[in-house]
Design a protein around this ligand. Structure first.
Ligand code: CUA
Length: 229
């Protein structure tokens, strides 16, 4: 999760988010180079005293500053294509989780396991444990196995919500009457926090998402306990 003074992206917990961060850094580097060059040229214009009376045209420099930006655009546009299409690839998921947005909470269904289902509400500040995270912790966390392909089905019961987990590179709108799909793969254990990111109403900021990424055998223990109860 994000902590103090963390202005960049969160550490990735999935291979796809790793690729997205690589592209972000790549694009930012090019952006900085262009900004520095243009800034330098604009600054130097103030000290131009028009010495060269016979300068009318420059074919070569005109060619260079036409073709170079086109090449730079290709260098920015081509690398993200592979991660872009990989984001929508479904690779035979081993678990499917259905998440339904409500005003203002999420409810989850594990349809593969006798439809284990529960609601997930934010823990109010006055009921928070000492080690809890304000506006971010929930009463019932999602438990999912790490190192497994996971499919998420997102929808909503009232207004548009958005199921968003920055560390996993997941952001899917939950829209009433539609069923959206995405998938991810968690490559480490841990707690991954997210928030609704559609403006769904007055308490929009109070419907966080928490995923507990655990080894597969822990997940089987957890789900079999919940199937029986
Ligand atoms: Cu649900 Cu914003």
């Amino acid at each position: 999760m994000s902590t103090w003074a963390n202005l960049g992206l969160q550490d990735s917990a999935s291979p796809l988010m790793e690729q997205l961060i690589f592209f972000h850094d790549h694009a930012l580097l090019i952006l900085v180079m262009i900004t520095v060059l243009v800034g330098y040229l604009m600054f130097m214009l103030f000290f131009n005293n028009y010495i060269n009376r016979f300068l009318l045209h420059g074919q070569l420099i005109a060619m260079i500053w036409t073709i170079l930006p086109a090449i730079i655009q290709l260098i920015i546009a081509l690398p993200p294509l592979r991660p872009l299409y990989s984001l929508d690839e479904i690779n035979e998921p081993s678990v499917t989780l259905k998440s339904i947005g409500h005003q203002w909470s999420w409810s989850y269904e594990y349809s593969d396991f006798h439809n284990v289902e529960f609601d997930s509400y934010m823990v109010p500040t006055n009921e928070l444990e000492n080690d809890g995270f304000r506006l971010l912790d929930v009463d019932n966390r999602i438990v999912l196995p790490m190192n497994s392909q996971i499919r998420i089905l997102v929808t909503a019961a009232d207004v548009i919500h958005s199921w968003t987990i920055p560390a996993l590179g997941v952001k899917v709108d939950g829209t009433p009457g539609r069923l959206n799909q995405t998938n991810f793969f968690m490559n480490r254990p841990g707690l991954f926090y997210g928030q609704c990111s559609e403006i769904c109403g007055a308490n929009h900021s109070f419907m966080p998402i928490v995923i507990e990424s655990v080894p597969v055998n822990y997940f089987i223990k957890w789900i079999s306990k919940n199937v029986n109860s």
